[in-house]
Every structure is written in C-alpha cells, then in structure tokens.
Write a protein that binds this ligand. Structure first.
Ligand code: AHG
Ligand code: MN
Ligand code: MN
Ligand code: MN
Length: 334
C-alpha cells in the first residue's frame, strides 16, 4: 500500500510552531496570518468560479495609479479589507485599489500595518492565466497608534511578506524577517495550505529572462544592451530563453523556482517604473533576498532600502538569481 503522509505541516501548524520559537510573541501575528490565509482561500474560490458567475470583465472604475479595475480587483480588495478589519490585529491597510490609507480605528490593540495588491496581473484574469495576491506586513512603532509613517518604511523593516499565486493550484509563499522562505499548496479538499516547498532557495544562475520586451523602444541604452547581451550565444552555448506571463507574481514564482531574471525597468515612458514599491516591489524583494537572490531598482539601489514618499509610489525593478542580478549591475556601471 502506498504510504500516506499523516504528519502534515499545515500553514496553521507552521505558524503555531513559529510562534512557540519566539518567546516574546503574543500570538497577534499568528492571528493576522490566519486572517490573511482566509482572504487567499476566498479570493482563490471566486477566481475559480469567475467565468460561471459573471465575474469576468471590467468593474467600470479605475484606481489611483490609473489602472482600469476588473470586477475581481474590486471583490478581492473588499475580501482582503474585511479579513484585515475582522482580524482585530491590523491597525491600517494600504491597497492598490484604495486611494488612501484605511485605518481600522476599532482595532484598539492592533500592532500591525499591512500593504496589499489584492489581484496582481488582473489583465490576465479573463483568460484564466495565473494571477496573485501580494502582502507586506510592518509593525507599528512602539509609541504609535497607527499613522502614515508606520507604512512609509523601507522593506528592510518588514516583519513578513509574501504572496499567493492562483495557478493550476494556489501556492502561498511567506517569509519573515531574517528567516527562510516557505511555500505552501492549497489542498482544496482539506481547505488547508500544506507546506510543500520548505526553505526555498533560488538557483544561483539560470539563462531565463522575463521582461515586457514591447517596451524596449523606451528603454535606456544600458537596459537595451543588457537584454541584447542575453540573446547572444556564448562560445559553444545557447542564448537565454524568454518567459513573460505578465502577472508579476507568476513570473516571480517561476523565477524563484527555476532561477533567472525578472525585470520591469523604469523607461522613457515611465521614468519611475510601473510596479509599486509598498505592495509589489518591497515584498517581492524580501522574498527574493531571503531565498538567496537579489532585487534592485533601476538606479541599482537595493530594492529593500528604497523609501517611498507616497503610498502608491513606483520603482523600476530587477530581481532574480544572485549572479543574474550581478550581471545587470555590471551593465549599469558601463
Ligand atoms: P496589477 O494587475 O496589480 O495592476 O499589476 C500589473 C503589473 C504586474 O502584474 C505585471 O508584471 C505588469 O503589471 C504587467 O505589465 P505590462 O502589461 O505592462 O507588461
Ligand atoms: Mn492594477
Ligand atoms: Mn500588481
Ligand atoms: Mn493589482
């Protein structure tokens, strides 16, 4: 008889074990994560049913950064907000789909500030292509009851970050300050995220690049030269392969597993880049660094050290395998 694993590490068990390791832990972070995982399960559920229950297409509105909102952007945002509100552990929330910071004034003892991209890759939704949810968690300053300053912080101060990708299965990736990166797969039968990818490590190098090459007309020369160099075969070797899904979470998840480079550079059309620092660049940079990779902005500054001035500020980004990012940096020194 096939041996069944009866010693399953669910996300709930993982979080409890983490809490026990940290003597000073109050259990608040664990409860916040339970609320997060519920939002991922419910978003996954609606994405899977979207075509059947008329949830495809546009909502008829646009958000602060100028994107047209899909119906699922709006629903997922509402699901995420309610999960954070009802946890009682979240003092304030920044979402791609909300112009302003949301303060949960009723959560009197809440010590956390959260940033989220409820659906990343929403242009792919109606085609059933993988999308994701990104989250970043900061702790309030000791004397703070929750202000702008508690979220306008560099990624180096994040206590935890990660994402869930809604693909062939839902994959949740989470990392905590100074910790490793762990991946969980949603078992739809059990309704639980199961630890399937413990201690994820990014391959040191890999000949795969992921970028919207349709923007190359607007790229700066060093960016053009770098990507051109990847298409030249070294002696006896092969040029790089191109892979671009157009959902950053999905492109990043593949890069995390297989290695390579993902980029959305700043360019002449978007001098500040396209991806937003608080809920796209910083949380991904934390995951990549903790898995042994690197992430830098278009000025080759460490992404985690970039401090946004406003909650929806953007940056150019290059992230991936350690050696591949070193190559990007070398082209920017020329
Ligand atoms: P979002 O769907 O949250 O607005 O994010 C879209 C982002 C990101 O997912 C992706 O990497 C990028 O936009 C794709 O942009 P292009 O279509 O310009 O390539
Ligand atoms: Mn958007
Ligand atoms: Mn996004
Ligand atoms: Mn989004």
């Amino acid at each position: 008889m096939e041996k069944i694993n009866t010693n399953i590490v669910t996300l709930t068990r993982f979080l409890t074990e983490e809490q026990i390791k940290h003597k000073e832990a109050t259990g608040d972070f664990t409860l916040l994560c339970h609320a997060l995982q519920f939002s991922f399960k419910s978003i996954a559920y609606y994405i899977r049913r979207a075509t059947l229950v008329n949830l495809t297409g546009l909502a008829g509105s646009s958000n602060t950064t100028g994107d047209e909102q899909k119906k699922l952007d709006v629903i997922s945002n509402d699901l995420f907000i309610e999960a954070m509100r009802s946890s009682g552990k979240c003092a304030l929330l920044v979402s791609e789909e909300e112009e302003n910071v949301i303060y949960f004034k009723d959560a009197k003892s809440a010590r956390y500030a959260v940033a989220c991209d409820p659906i990343d890759g929403s242009s792919n939704l109606d085609a059933g292509v993988s999308v994701g949810t990104i989250f970043a968690i900061h702790k309030l300053a000791d004397d703070s009851t929750g202000t702008h300053a508690d979220i306008l912080k560099p990624g180096t101060e994040l206590v935890a970050a990660g994402f869930t990708m809604y693909g062939a299965s839902a994959q949740l990736v989470i990392t905590m300050k100074g910790g490793s990166v762990n991946g969980f797969t949603l078992d739809n039968g059990l309704g639980e995220f199961i630890l399937t990818h413990p201690d994820m490590r990014l391959p040191k190098k890999r000949a795969i690049y992921s970028v919207n090459e349709g923007n190359s007309l607007y790229w700066e020369d060093n960016v053009k030269e770098y990507f051109e160099s990847l298409k030249k075969a070294p002696e006896g070797g092969k040029p790089y392969s191109a892979r671009y899904i157009g959902s950053m979470v999905a492109d990043a998840y593949r890069t995390l597993l297989y290695g390579g480079i993902f980029a959305y550079p700043a360019d002449k059309k978007s001098p500040k880049g396209k991806l937003r620092i608080l809920y796209e660049c910083a949380p991904m940079a934390m995951v990549f660094e903790n898995a042994g990779g690197q992430a830098v902005d278009s000025n080759m500054n460490r992404m985690l050290e970039v401090v946004p001035e406003h909650i929806h500020d953007k940056a150019g980004i290059f992230m991936g395998s350690y050696d591949e990012v070193e190559k990007v940096k070398a082209f920017h020194k020329k």
